[in-house]
Design a protein around this ligand. Structure first.
Ligand code: AMP
Length: 172
């Protein structure tokens, strides 16, 4: 299946110069979304995680679908102030300024195998921040998976890990 036909490209969103990749049409098509999740399930089968970690917010959509399809747990990594209770947090640099990601301190059991997922890999900054966040959690990251990879931005090279980095479709 050519899933690019289900990914809209919106120029100059959310700001000038960015071509936003919108995967909403994939979600509207049960057939196309099942295909995407079947591809993620193959990745999960290969890497054998205990738990899927999804990055706010589109990573929640991919990650929870995958977790349900593969019989795995799901843990959300959230923007600041969204999670109740005590959290681990990590700050990371955006093009302008800082952002922060958080995860519940009690989200994991020791040494759980974690598969990180998000909708899209651009520069790799968000993935790197999540890897750093996971260092607090006594877990083993077994892989990172995206629907879409923007290869021109070299995210794959910038991600600071030796684990497999997978994507379903790439744009140069
Ligand atoms: P990065 O940290 O640069 O790898 O950016 C990845 C994050 O930003 C993901 O959570 C994406 O949802 C979002 N993102 C970055 N660039 C785009 C784009 N061109 N279209 C849609 N989402 C994007």
């Amino acid at each position: 299946m050519d899933i690019k036909t289900y990914i809209d490209e919106i120029p100059d969103f959310p700001k000038p110069g960015i071509v936003f990749k919108d995967f909403s049409p994939l979600l509207r098509s049960p057939k196309a979304w099942s295909y995407v999740i079947s591809k993620f399930s193959e990745i999960a089968k290969e890497l054998n995680p205990d738990v899927v970690v999804g990055i706010e917010s589109r990573g929640f959509i991919v990650g929870s679908s995958l977790a349900t399809a593969s019989g795995l747990g799901f843990v959300p990594v959230r923007k600041p102030g969204k999670l109740p209770g005590t959290v681990f947090g990590v700050e990371y640099e955006l093009e302008y300024g800082l952002d922060r990601l958080e995860v519940s301190k009690n989200a994991f059991q020791e040494n759980q195998r974690v598969l990180l997922v998000d909708d899209l890999l651009a520069t790799g900054g968000t993935a790197n921040a999540t890897i750093n966040l996971m260092k607090n959690c006594n877990v083993e990251i077994v892989g990172i998976a995206f629907i879409i990879e923007l290869t021109a931005l070299n995210g794959r090279k910038n991600i600071n890990t030796k684990v497999p980095i997978k994507s379903i479709v790439s744009y140069s």
